[in-house]
Design a protein around this ligand. Structure first.
Ligand code: T4K
Length: 383
């Protein structure tokens, strides 16, 4: 029997350098008194991230959700957009806020990303784009989606919130589709407290994206677009510049933790570990298990059992977006694969500061609950 952790173990903890490592950057900002509106730190971080993500164009934002809103405006998306219900609310909300109708498409059972085989049946004369989500950093089937988009003259937007440093066949994930959005929220491996970015291949979009995130200002007196305030400030950018230096070490630690989880979970009936294919570099954003019926209790019950041990895994993404009251006016869709995924998934704690012995305790808890349940049912059967 395990004992509860003294300190809570959350699904994630932000990667942070020592406070004094940020101070020289903050001092420069204080001395300059230029706090925002695209100054030195902002420029430096844009260049550094474009290099890290191996993309030709990268624009910073104050968060990933505003970045998505702007991406849709930049591409003049209207009407209906085919997207996934297995995501964070920000994905469909970015559509609804732009007056676009989200059309929810089922997901692929293995990747848990939008299922390309089910997209074409949802295309109508109002469809203008496909918005895929690289869930947990697992890439959508970018080749098949692009083929469908080319055939029907649709744009492709990717929500790559979880996919920092994911690559497909060695190619940075931000190079696929027309625009990709990355989130740099505190819960992401690389973060700027809050923040986000858009990446895109078409350099002609750069000026429009810059204007849209700055109120549509062309210059101080010409406002030619209906823009928004999507600017990342200098403090966020400074945090990003320091944190960027920590990314590789954090990734190394998370990779070792992932190995420890795989070892600790092996052979537990009904527990499946989400696997990243060989031609893909993992973003190491989440460690995801699927709790199947063979395990004996549901992912919801397992999550509650964990809470008693002071461990707080999360059910990303339950419920499905199709089940939010704000979308219940939309026609019902067949999203059975997504529904099953939402019932089964559980994101376990994953962050560099988690120790391998913490991981052992967590996997032991999962094993203990399986055996406790099976001994209870064995006794019930004997009676
Ligand atoms: N698209 C997708 C697919 C997304 O997943 C997201 C965001 C977006 C778009 C939108 O991107 P942003 O606009 O956020 O840039 C969290 C994050 O707030 C959210 O960014 C993220 N996805 C989502 C999956 O997770 P919550 O409601 O689960 O956060 P919260 O506050 O419960 O945090 C989870 C745990 O992390 C806490 O139990 C403790 C720990 N934590 C959290 C924060 C904020 C810390 O240790 N320190 C912290 O500062 O949404």
């Amino acid at each position: 029997m395990q004992v509860p952790f003294k300190e809570p173990i959350y699904v994630t903890r932000p990667m942070l350098a020592a406070l004094e490592d940020y101070m020289p950057y903050f001092k420069e900002i204080w001395d300059s008194r230029i706090l925002t509106n695209g100054a030195a730190k902002h420029e430096a971080l844009e260049l550094a991230l474009a290099k890290t993500l191996e993309v030709p164009n990268l624009k910073l934002f104050n968060n990933g959700t505003i970045a998505l809103l702007v991406a849709l405006r930049a591409l003049d998306i209207t009407g209906e957009v085919i997207t996934t219900p297995f995501t964070f609310p920000a994905t469909p909300h970015s559509l609804a806020w732009n007056g676009i109708t989200p059309v929810f498409c089922d997901i692929d059972a293995d990747t848990m990303c939008i299922d390309p085989a089910k997209i074409e049946a949802l295309i109508t004369e109002k469809t203008t784009a496909i918005m895929g989500v690289h869930v947990y950093g697992m890439p959508c089937d970018v080749d098949r989606i692009q083929k469908i988009a080319d055939k029907h003259k649709l744009k492709v937007i990717y929500d790559a919130a979880h996919a920092f440093k994911t690559t497909v066949r060695g190619n940075g994930i931000g190079n696929f589709g027309d625009i990709s959005m990355f989130s740099f929220h505190a819960t992401k491996l690389f973060h700027t407290l809050e923040g986000g970015a858009l990446t895109f291949a078409d350099s002609a979009l750069a000026k429009k994206v810059d204007m849209l995130k700055n109120f549509g200002l062309q210059n101080p007196i010409d406002v030619s677009l209906v823009g928004i305030n999507g600017k990342m400030n200098e403090l966020q950018a400074a945090v990003g510049l320091v944190n960027l230096k920590l990314v590789e070490e954090e990734r190394r630690k998370r990779a070792a933790i992932r190995v420890a989880y795989a070892k600790g979970l092996s052979g537990i009936k009904g527990i499946g570990l989400f696997k990243i294919p060989e031609n893909v570099t993992d973003s190491l954003q989440y460690i995801v298990i699927r709790v199947g019926t063979e395990y004996g209790i549901t992912s919801n019950e397992l999550q509650k059992a964990f809470n008693a041990y002071n461990v707080f895994p999360r059910r990303y993404f339950y419920p499905l977006c199709t089940d939010y009251p704000c979308y219940n006016h939309l026609p019902p869709r067949h999203v059975n694969t997504a529904r099953q995924a939402a019932e089964e998934v559980l994101c376990l704690p994953l962050y560099g500061a988690l120790t391998l012995s913490d991981v052992e305790c967590i996997t032991d808890m999962i094993r203990f609950h399986a055996s406790a349940k099976s001994s209870v049912s064995a006794k019930a059967e004997a009676i």
